[in-house]
Design a protein around this ligand. Sequence first.
Ligand SMILES: [Fe+2]
Length: 332
Amino acid sequence: MATWLITLVFTFILLALMWGIIYITGGTKYAYVHLMYIPVMFAGYILGPIGGIFIAIVAGILVGPLMPMDVETNIPQPFDTQLTRTLFFILIGGIIGFASNSLKKHLIKIHDTLAEISYVYGNTLKTYARMISARDEQTSFHCERVAYNAVLLGKAYGLTGPDLDALYWSGLLHDVGKIGVKEKILLKEGKLTPEEFEQVKKHSEIGYELIKSLSPQLLPVAEGIHSHHEKWNGSGYPKGLKGKNIPLFGRILAIVDVFEALTSERPYKEPWRAEEAIQYLLENKGVLFDPELTTLFEQLYNDGKVWIYQKSIQLVHSLIPTSFNKEILKRT
Ligand SMILES: [Fe+2]
């Protein structure tokens, strides 16, 4: 209703402005009279056929009985000219109004379809991520916790909007490449042989290729997956990148993934207490982990915002995208 009223007020200002220009330029016998189509078309587009026709009638009156044909000599206009012009205004206002309504209906349909696709797409990827983590993590919501804490940290670092969404999906799918690693290696309880470890290390590259192949627009998501095992001092894999050469998503995921791995229960280890895991991160601040991000994560932990395996917290649901980023889908 407020939009309707604002549009109406704006249209009347346009009408007055056009009337002024037509009057100053000498009256309706000059071509400037056609300027009246601007408010008529505007009203039709925004307000639909009723608004378009209503403004067309007002425009017809303004440049009809309320405007001489020639201002200087004050010659009035013949009635049939006024009538024909008003009918043209009505025709244009009405046509644009109907066309605009039909366009809006189509756009709403496209928007709804896109929302549905993005919801299904998002849920499919979520299920996919859960299946992967269920294969070796055996802890519920492992990937959701990594994704949530990554977004929490990303937001504290200053990321916003689509970047946070991409970070969420990067966190959720960080280990998706484990689909390409043999189960007997993933589930092995003893120490891995160097060859087996080499196999496990491939998961970040497999995940990167997999997500990148879905769409080039998912490159930031894929890069986070690719670099989530890189270490600040260059001792990580697959590329051994150092410091800020490691993509931001990778540096964020490295912290939250290690925190999650340490604090959750696994068949081969007891869960660490959260304070111990934070202590581990702090000891390796500037060694394995980005120092600035580690400090931020510690602050988030101290504020009770971090989602921890052993403890339920009040989740900030606005941080969790309910569907796949529609902006990304639109461009693919
Ligand atoms: Fe991983």
